[in-house]
Every structure is written in structure tokens, then in C-alpha cells.
Design a protein around this ligand. Structure first.
Ligand SMILES: *Cc1c(COP(=O)(O)O)cnc(C)c1O
Length: 231
């Protein structure tokens, strides 16, 4: 077994174990393998082991990998997890299963416009900045309700839930309150906006995905633990 095989299996196993520990069905958690800055050969190797969900941060890189002859015919689901610029929306609409990091009305409006033109619906998550760092992307928790209300009114946007990215830390337990808060915010929005559509919580990365699963993550985004450190 290659290193990648071994690492992928370990992450899959640890994800399932964390789910069971929390009394959850392991099938309710999707592992998104974050393949940014990693070659198509690594994606192919992971896909051969049944890993079909991949996360990318750069629109051009995602498109290039999608069109790679080695990957083109595979039933892969591409997740766009990075901050999205308005002028890149037209290149990603129709090419990603889920947009994880939407954080403004102008971005939502552009996704609506381009999705309508393409005759499809784009599945989106709202990124929430719960650590309060000024430089980080994501909407403020206080703005989340207005943003969600706006998204729910757009016919070509399918709002599916929330995403967050805690500040980097040494101890995964430091992320736990952030994951608890994202889930609470989702529950509050679902009630106030009377929607059952907000089923997804995208939270947890290499350093803290097990804690995220314990707190209700339905999508974990794990990169370096599977593919090795990025240069
Ligand atoms: C890079 C990245 C990840 C994966 O990070 P690792 O620490 O390598 O697991 C997850 N989510 C987002 C938004 C990222 O940019």
C-alpha cells in the first residue's frame, strides 16, 4: 500500500470513529479531500480507493484538473472551498458541486445571474467568520441572517448550510467552541427563516476534523493529512 493509500484510509477511519463516538451515522459525514497544489496523479490514486469528493481553492487549478484526461471520465465531485472573486464566478458556475465560501450579497447576486444564464442551480454554503479576525474572509455572525434570507430568495441559488474556518491552533479542542457556535447559528437560522434546507455544516480540517465531526460536521475538508504537506 502506498503512503497516500495508507493516509487516506486512516483519515476515513478516524472520521467514521469520531462519528460513532458522537452517536452519529458515519455515512452522514462526507470527507472532502483537499487536493489544492497537488497533482492529478494524487487525485487519481485517491479516486481509485473510492474517494470521490475533492476540494480546490483556485478556479483555474480546479478547471485544469477537471479537464485532465486522467480524471475527466471519473464521477468526481468538485468542491470549491476557497474565497471566490466575483469575476471568477462565471468560470465556476456549473463546474463545482458545492461552493463552500460565499460571504456577500454581491457574490450571491453574481452566482444567481450566472446560474440563471447557464440554466442551473448552484449549491452554496455561507462562510461565517466566528473567530473575529479582521483579515479573514467570511461574513460576521450578525450579518448571516440577512445574507441567508437573501440567498433563500434567489431561484438559482440553493443554500445548503454554513461553513467556517477557525484560527489555526495547536490544540484541536480550541476549535470546538467555534464548531459548536456554527451549529448553533445554523439551528437558529433554520428556525428563524423557517427552512429545512440548511442541512450542511462544512467544518474541520487536518488538525481538528474529529472534533468537528463530534460537533455535527457533515463535510470535513482535509488536505495535508491525506496528501502530505503543501510546499
Ligand atoms: C487548504 C484548506 C483546507 C485543508 O487544510 P489542511 O490543513 O491541509 O487539511 C480546508 N479548508 C480550506 C478552506 C482550505 O483552504
Amino acid at each position: 500500500m502506498s503512503n497516500l493509500d495508507e493516509r487516506l484510509r486512516q483519515v476515513q477511519e478516524r472520521t467514521a470513529t469520531a462519528a460513532r463516538r458522537a452517536g452519529r451515522d458515519p455515512a452522514a459525514v462526507t470527507l472532502v479531500a483537499v487536493s489544492k497544489r497537488k497533482p492529478a496523479a494524487d487525485i487519481l490514486a485517491a479516486a481509485r480507493l473510492g474517494q470521490l469528493d475533492f476540494g480546490e481553492n483556485y478556479v483555474q487549478e480546479l478547471r485544469t484538473k477537471q479537464e485532465d484526461p486522467a480524471l475527466r471520465e471519473l464521477p468526481l465531485r468538485w468542491h470549491y472551498i476557497g474565497p471566490l472573486q466575483r469575476n471568477k464566478v462565471r468560470h465556476i458556475v456549473g463546474n463545482a458541486a458545492l461552493l463552500h465560501a460565499i460571504d456577500s450579497v454581491s457574490l450571491l447576486d453574481e452566482i444567481e445571474k450566472r446560474s440563471a444564464q447557464a440554466g442551473l442551480q448552484s449549491a452554496c454554503l455561507l462562510q461565517v467568520n466566528l473567530s473575529g479576525e479582521a483579515t479573514k474572509s467570511g461574513c460576521a455572525p450578525a450579518d448571516c441572517q440577512a445574507l441567508a434570507r437573501h440567498a433563500l430568495a434567489l431561484p438559482h441559488v440553493a443554500l445548503r448550510g454554513l461553513m467556517t474556518m477557525p484560527a489555526p491552533c495547536d490544540d484541536p479542542e480550541e476549535s470546538r467552541p467555534v464548531f459548536v457556535a456554527l451549529r448553533a447559528l445554523r439551528d437558529q437560522l433554520a428556525e428563524r427563516l423557517a427552512t429545512t434546507q440548511l442541512t450542511e455544516l462544512s467544518m474541520g480540517m487536518s488538525d481538528d476534523f474529529e472534533v468537528a465531526v463530534e460537533e455535527g460536521a457533515t463535510l470535513v475538508r482535509v488536505g495535508s493529512l491525506i496528501f502530505g504537506a503543501r510546499i
